[in-house]
Design a protein around this ligand. Structure first.
Ligand SMILES: *Cc1c(COP(=O)(O)O)cnc(C)c1O
Length: 302
């Protein structure tokens, strides 16, 4: 993988407080390997392909709408490397063509192995199985979080990001915030907006970043992946007002919570806040398929 030469825009979002809010459009980095997933895969893939494996295979794990699965499949296509996705949910075996994320991954050449939720949780058994079947494979953990992923996140921080008091990101498995924490400036505070109710997150992040400069804020609605009508309206409003699409699982939840915090004067006057748009827009199509089935409001797509 290369370091993209495009410069990533940092856009101001006007707010009616004595606060400056900006959004860094990391989602624009690559049409399919979007946002933080690009950087999390960067060192993992490069160090693997440098070994010049004879039969290179990228194997990873994910749910049916996973941004990580989408990114790994697109990567395999771009670097002509075989990819295998271990997908949670046996029932998808026959239904995957109805799922936009999996359909696109398949178009990008990914093979699937659908497993029960029970086996999916047993990562040790799965890992052993994969190692037996593909001894040379690169096994990328769920969500892509590992030491190499954290190292890649340094590229989200630049000269321009140094002037901000707060750096904000959505948090799933914690790799992205660990990288931001690790490579932030001394005076910067890092805020992680948790979209998953996972009490092991703080410890996991602390194991990946040596600094105590981060704070976790609840931004989930009880359950990972839950999309409330308030989420949908916030995202549609945001798009109409600022022309920037947000995804319903990560960035939409972060920005909604961040707006609420700004509204409640939780930041000192004069604060300069930078939020990272970590991508995930490929997930909108799949979310809308579900919402349509439930006869609910949809997320604007154009
Ligand atoms: C995966 C993902 C995250 C979370 O990243 P972690 O490193 O797993 O915490 C945030 N935003 C988007 C859009 C993602 O796809």
């Amino acid at each position: 993988m290369k370091i993209p030469t495009i410069s990533i825009p940092i856009l101001q979002i006007p707010v009616e407080k004595n606060i400056q809010l900006f959004l860094k459009r990391e989602d624009l980095i690559h049409p399919q390997i979007s946002g933080n997933k690009y950087w999390k895969l960067f060192y993992n893939i490069n160090s693997y392909l440098e070994l010049k494996p004879k039969y290179p295979v990228l194997v990873t794990f994910g749910g049916a709408y996973s941004n990580h699965i989408a990114a790994v499949a697109a990567l395999g296509n771009e670097y002509q490397t075989r990819t295998l996705g271990i997908i949670r949910g046996e029932e998808l075996q026959h239904k995957w063509p109805e799922n936009p994320t999996l359909q696109r991954a398949k178009d990008n050449g990914m093979d699937f192995q659908f497993v029960t939720r029970e086996l999916y949780r047993d990562k040790d058994a799965l890992t052993q199985m994969i190692k037996r079947l593909f001894p040379e494979a690169l096994l990328i953990p769920e969500g892509g979080t590992n030491e190499n992923a954290v190292k890649g996140v340094q590229f989200m921080l630049t000269e321009e990001t140094k002037s901000f008091d707060y750096l904000c990101t959505a948090v799933g498995t914690g790799g992205t915030i660990a990288g931001i924490s690790k490579f932030a400036e001394e005076k910067q505070q890092v805020l992680g907006f948790k979209v998953v109710d996972d009490c092991s997150l703080f410890e996991r992040i602390s194991n990946l970043s040596p600094k105590h400069n981060f704070k976790l804020i609840e931004a989930h609605d009880g359950k990972y992946g839950k999309i409330t009508v308030e989420n949908i309206r916030f995202i549609n409003n945001f798009k109409e007002k600022y022309g920037i699409p947000l995804d319903p699982i990560y960035t939409g939840k972060m920005m909604k919570k961040l707006f609420e915090m700004i509204e409640a004067d939780e930041f000192p006057a004069g604060s300069k806040i930078l939020a990272f748009h970590t991508g995930g827009l490929q997930g909108i199509a799949g979310a809308n398929e579900l919402l349509k089935k439930q006869n609910r409001e949809l997320i604007d797509m154009n």
